[in-house]
Design a protein around this ligand. Structure first.
Ligand code: HEC
Length: 248
């Protein structure tokens, strides 16, 4: 309903502007107003959430949202608007869904490392907003180093997904390790626990010796970097003990 009211008042303003025939340079060039021709009943992330990129840089893949009807089919012509935290850029900030029900946007992360939560919004037939939160991850220097280190030394066992460059060994292990984004496991481990297990291997925490020791392969800085990476990608997010984060 709010939108309707806004629309009405913009009509009034528009009419006044015409009556006044001001021609004044103060009038801002308006972005084209998008008119939704349809409404869905659900908004979902099609792809592109939880991406990791260096802070201040564009995400490697676009964010694709999809507006669906109550059968799960894409709806064409529905309005999707994004709102983003300070420092994040999104293009376009609003669009109508295409023939697949999709809206595609390019995202550039803010300069500070951490977790950025974007909001995508659509409206159902009753005019009620449906919003979806989309987290994206900005890696600073340390997290980026941690990402590289874990790709080189850890992901072949810890990442269950195989890629063309790396076949995962995860499913062959008698005791399957967790992928580093599994906050349910990792958030319970302190930095000291992580340092011990990475440096001395699984037995340091009474875990399997299939987890090798890296104390003589990795430097202290490398291990700290991997821990910073693990904290960044954790889902649900990691809350450092004793720190209260401002809600975004
Ligand atoms: C050869 C396979 C292998 C490699 C490589 C490997 N790990 Fe593991 N890791 C394991 C296994 C197996 C476990 C599970 C042990 C258990 O639960 O008893 C494990 C467990 C862990 C745990 C405890 C939490 C969990 O996932 O269960 C941490 C932390 C960990 N590994 C960190 C690392 C880091 C960091 C690296 C790279 C520097 C690494 N691992 C490389 C096999 C591996």
């Amino acid at each position: 309903m709010k939108r309707r009211a806004w629309f009405r008042s913009s009509l009034v303003v528009g009419t006044l502007a015409v009556v006044a025939v001001c021609g004044c340079s103060r009038v801002h060039k308006k972005a084209p107003v998008l008119h939704a021709t349809a409404a869905g009943s659900a908004l979902v992330v099609s792809s592109g959430d939880r991406q990791l990129a260096p802070s201040g840089s564009p995400l490697p893949q676009p964010l694709i949202m999809q507006v669906n009807d109550n059968q799960g089919n894409g709806v064409t012509g529905a309005l999707v608007k994004f709102s983003v935290p300070a420092g994040v850029k999104i293009d376009p900030a609003e669009a109508l869904s295409d023939s697949n029900g999709e809206v595609t946007a390019n995202v550039t992360l803010g300069n500070t490392s951490g977790r950025y939560v974007l909001t995508a919004m659509a409206w159902n037939k009753a005019g009620h907003p449906i919003s979806v939160q989309v987290p994206e991850l900005a890696a600073g220097y340390q997290e980026e180093l941690g990402y590289q280190v874990q790709r080189k030394y850890c992901s072949r066992c810890h990442d269950p997904e195989s890629t063309p460059e790396q076949v995962s060994n995860h499913d062959n292990l008698a005791v399957p390790p967790h992928s580093f984004d599994q906050g349910a496991t990792y958030n319970k481990l302190s930095d000291a626990d992580l340092t011990a297990i990475i440096g001395h291997g699984g037995p340091a925490l009474n875990l399997s010796a299939l987890m090798p020791p890296y104390g003589s392969t990795l430097t202290k800085a490398d291990i700290q970097a991997v821990i910073a990476y693990i904290r960044l990608v954790s889902d649900p997010p990691y809350q450092a003990p004793g720190l209260v984060y401002a809600k975004q």
